[in-house]
Design a protein around this ligand. Structure first.
Ligand code: ZN
Length: 240
């Protein structure tokens, strides 16, 4: 083989391995557990993380109200919820960060929980716009979802949820600030093991430029609102 070809193949191989390691470094979801809120806890508030393969979904619970952010991929998240002593029937509302299969899976298992999703996402759900070239990629198991049109606070029992539109990863990707302190970021960002926040993977983002703008918007939002906690979908949590 020509030495130049060997050098080229060596470089290509190195690049692929390096990129794979770079991706893996940012996929480190939490195990299914109650998250210790340390000295940032509010009275009576509990936050739980559920792991299914590479993704986390979350439940936030007060003494009277339970809400869920994303529903994972399938049965494992549901079993995780039950294993921590929470009945799926107690989930008073589900907020989806977006409609990708690893965030909105098994949604039909919560038939009595009202379901909300950012307005931009509807074009994917109703199969008008393809994702990864397939029009039914983000199709849903439910059609009774509510669309969030505005970034205004939503109240469920004694929990307040402020949606923050962060399109780019998908058309209507939305983050949620819960109880004015805890921000759930879906696939807006990944976090490296040493804490640096980086955008989500370019080749999975529908509009990477928009994604970068959303990340800048979120940085400002975090600063203005003095956010103390980030719950990501694939990189665990971060205290700020
Ligand atoms: Zn995801």
């Amino acid at each position: 083989m020509h030495p130049l070809l060997i050098a080229f193949l060596g470089l290509l191989f190195g690049f692929i391995i390096g990129y794979a390691i770079w991706i893996l470094l940012t996929f480190h979801p939490l195990k299914t557990q109650e998250i210790s809120l340390k000295n940032h806890s509010l009275p009576g508030l509990h936050i739980f993380a559920f792991k299914e393969r590479m993704v986390n979904s979350y439940i936030i619970q007060t003494s009277t109200t339970t809400i869920m952010i994303d529903t994972g991929i399938g049965e494992k998240t549901l079993h995780g919820v039950e294993s921590l002593g929470i009945s799926p029937a107690d989930v008073k509302h589900i907020f989806l960060t977006h409609s990708d299969y690893d965030h909105a899976g098994n949604i039909a298992s919560y038939p009595n929980s009202p379901l909300s999703v950012g307005s931009g996402e509807e074009q994917l759900i109703i199969k008008n716009v393809p994702r990864f070239g397939k029009k039914n990629f983000n199709a849903f198991g439910r059609d009774d979802y509510e669309i969030i049109n505005e970034e205004t606070p939503i109240t469920v029992g004694d929990i307040t949820i402020l949606p923050v539109f962060t399109p780019g990863h998908t058309l209507g990707h939305t983050c949620y600030l819960v109880q004015k302190q805890y921000l759930f970021t879906g696939d807006t960002m990944r976090i490296l093991p040493w804490g640096k926040r980086v955008p989500f993977l370019r080749f999975i983002n529908m509009n990477h430029k928009q994604q970068l703008e959303s990340l800048r918007k979120l940085d400002e939002f975090m600063e203005t609102n003095n956010v103390k906690f980030l719950g990501t979908a694939h990189s665990g949590i971060q205290w700020l």
